[in-house]
Design a protein around this ligand. Structure first.
Ligand code: CTP
Ligand code: MG
Length: 262
């Protein structure tokens, strides 16, 4: 029988944010949930999917050692999974770029996951990786929107006005892990950087480097948005357990979810 080269999958797990909205004394990925850092929960769920060959944790510079400890503890007994920890950047996009640099040569499928979505279940990880394996270059887990959504038009100083009611059947809440064919994700990041540079030059002239960076910061809040510049992005069903821990209330909810799971 001819030897089949297995398709290798890696996950970049983003833990380099500060967690300003959570307001804990430590970066959000190191806040404790049932006595363990969010990062540890996230890594455990990813490993339980048994679809990941390499895990790259992206950590804040001052938390590299802690992240290495968590990674080493979780890697015990998982000899087949390559683990590494790298330093992240100022924006989520920069942290993903740092993770991309650490990918092993033979990796073809790349998942990008928020450590803050630490209860995303193994079945979701498998669903996303399988969709990429089946030939979709960019895959996002999406959930339907329960609320009615209004688009508003700003009126400076006055009340906002409803410009329109958006058809919620056309909307999805985007979660992570998001999955990509490796070269597509790399081109998406390059395209995004080029686009940012085009927008940046006039902004720097007007507002200076710091002002321009602040203006650009919210440009890309997920990887799929960058991928949309270069390819079709498909949706697979998301999972309510992949909610993002943003506020203290979300952390309390996660505690409750875990207590029911155990
Ligand atoms: N993240 C990252 N590097 C950054 C910013 C964010 O790795 N420069 C990661 C966070 O650690 C998190 C995920 O991206 O797992 C989603 O970001 P978010 O929920 O916004 O986390 P924070 O930026 O840490 O939180 P906040 O926006 O409240 O400060
Ligand atoms: Mg943030």
């Amino acid at each position: 029988m001819p030897e089949v080269t297995p398709v290798r999958a890696a996950c970049i797990i983003l833990a380099a944010g500060s967690g300003s909205r959570l307001g804990a004394e430590v970066p959000k990925a190191f806040a404790l949930l049932a006595g363990e850092p969010l990062l540890a929960h996230a890594v455990r769920k990813l490993l339980a999917s048994q679809t990941i060959d390499q895990l790259v944790v992206v950590a804040p510079p001052d938390w590299l050692g802690q992240a290495e400890k968590v990674a080493a503890a979780m890697a015990a007994g998982q000899a087949s999974v390559r683990m590494s920890v790298v330093v992240g950047g100022a924006e989520r996009q920069d942290s993903v770029a740092a993770g991309l640099e650490a990918l092993a040569d033979d990796v073809q499928i790349v998942l990008v996951h928020d450590a803050a979505r630490c209860l995303a279940p193994p079945s979701l990880v498998v669903r996303v990786a399988d969709a990429v394996g089946a030939g979709h270059a960019a895959v996002v887990p999406g959930l339907p929107v329960a609320d009615t959504i209004k688009r508003v038009a700003g009126s400076p100083g006055g009340r906002e006005r409803v410009a329109e009611t958006v058809d919620r059947n056309e909307l999805r809440i985007a979660q992570t892990p998001q999955g990509f064919d490796r070269s597509t994700l790399v081109s998406a990041h390059t395209a995004a950087r080029e686009q940012s540079a085009q927008v940046l030059t006039p902004l720097v002239e007007r507002f200076g480097a710091a002002g321009a960076a602040a203006a650009l910061a919210p440009l890309y809040t997920d990887d799929a948005e960058m991928a949309e510049l270069v390819t079709d992005v498909v949706i697979v069903p998301g999972d309510p357990l992949a909610f993002k821990i943003t506020s203290a209330q979300d952390l309390a909810y996660a505690e409750w979810v875990l207590s029911r799971e155990r």
